[in-house]
Design a protein around this ligand. Structure first.
Ligand code: NDP
Length: 268
């Protein structure tokens, strides 16, 4: 495990094995930052071990399942030993989307799993790593949310209203009536973000919710067929480069905001 030398900005990225999380790791390494890549199985995913060999002084791998409190605690203990100076930016990225069934048919067990991974997981990771974030210089926490977690946007589909607002494809968009578990988990993550932002603002800790756009990853491509498009419009490299511009520009005054990758504010 790499030992923090104190010179670099330190980022912790969850769900780093593939998709958006892995792309965060690659771009942060490329620009010279120190990265802790947390994954359920870091030795066997996304080429993380190869990256760690290539960027030995910059990349630290840690095992963390965000649905398992013991795993989060163990990761926090090992990282606090390796990084006594703290961490600067936490990217709570790990997530699952669930099946694309109609909202009224959302499976109970799947709903519970989604809430555990997408909502409780980021909260427990934040709680476990807060002592390290308090020691860091940037004190930033980025919760990767989704536009699908916007209650304000979802409500626009009522009474045939979506076509009026130009949201997706109209009131009977195939997606608007699906993914209850995922939507609820991200809406709850948004509230978690704001509630913690309020609680921690006087300590100088910044929390935001970030919608990465519709990105061509394993998760993002799952909805393409249903919407009749070949693939999502954004690549992971483009989305993450844009997200990083937003993250780099964060100030305490922006804490509690729901941004998208373009830096625009998403309505809660
Ligand atoms: P992917 O499905 O490509 O990757 C999901 C990542 O989350 C994987 O690294 C996966 O690890 C990890 N993960 C899942 N469950 C756990 C767990 N219990 N503990 C630790 N890691 C876990 O998805 P994306 O990269 O597209 O999504 C990343 C984030 O972006 C998610 O929060 C998602 O909701 C959000 N998002 C994505 C959008 C898109 O269009 N792609 C749109 C809006 C939001 P493993 O390899 O072990 O399964």
């Amino acid at each position: 495990m790499a030992i923090h030398d104190g010179d670099r900005i330190v980022y912790l990225v969850t769900g780093a094995s593939r998709g958006i999380g892995l792309e965060y790791v690659k771009q942060l390494l490329e620009r010279g930052d120190s990265v802790i890549a947390a994954a359920r199985n870091p030795d066997n995913s996304g080429g993380l071990t190869t990256l760690a060999e290539r960027h030995e002084s910059q990349l630290t791998l840690v095992t963390m399942d965000v649905a398992d409190p013991a795993s989060i605690k163990a990761a926090a203990t090992s990282i606090s030993e390796a990084f006594p100076g703290g961490i600067d930016v936490l990217i709570n990225n790990a997530g699952i989307s669930g099946n694309l069934v109609m909202s009224s048919e959302q499976d109970e067990d799947e709903f519970r799993d989604i809430l555990m991974i997408n909502t409780l997981g980021p909260f427990l990771v934040t709680k476990a790593f807060l002592p390290l974030i308090r020691k860091g210089s940037k004190k930033q926490i980025v919760n990767i949310s989704s536009g699908l977690g916007s209650i304000a946007t979802a409500a626009q589909y009522l009474n045939g209203g979506a076509s009026k607002h130009g949201v997706l494809k109209g009131a009977d968009s195939p997606m608007a009536r699906r993914q209850l578990g995922y939507r609820a988990s991200k809406a709850a993550l948004n509230m978690t973000t704001v509630a913690l932002a309020v609680d921690l603002q006087e300590e100088g800790i910044i929390l935001i919710a970030m919608c990465p756009g519709w990105v061509d990853t394993d998760m993002g491509s799952g909805t393409a067929g249903m919407l009749g498009v070949a693939k999502p419009p954004l690549t992971a490299p483009t989305s993450v480069a844009m997200q990083l511009k937003v993250v780099d520009g964060l100030t305490l005054e922006k804490s509690g905001t729901y941004f998208n990758h373009e830096g625009n504010i998403v309505p809660f």
